[in-house]
Design a protein around this ligand. Structure first.
Ligand SMILES: [Zn+2]
Length: 76
């Protein structure tokens, strides 16, 4: 049986430009700029830490489904 996963993994990123400046990434809920670092004090039992956090080291705000938001690019 062959896997079809590879075609999904090869899908292009959502961003049209393909280039995202980390300095333009913000939390979509509070509009705080995010840093490219895991939240401080993330417990091991919670699984893999998010790649981004608020500037003060807290987890990004949750979306309406209770999931941690993905940062969005907001150009000044
Ligand atoms: Zn936030």
């Amino acid at each position: 049986m062959t896997s079809t996963l590879q075609t999904h993994l090869a899908a292009p990123p959502d961003h049209d430009s393909g280039v995202v400046d980390p300095g333009q990434l913000h939390c979509p809920s509070c509009r705080e700029q995010v840093r490219c670092a895991p939240p401080q004090g993330w417990p091991d039992r919670a699984g893999a830490a998010p790649l981004f956090s608020h500037p003060d080291g807290t987890v990004l705000c949750l979306d309406q489904a209770g999931r941690i938001n993905e940062p969005v690019e907001i150009r000044a």
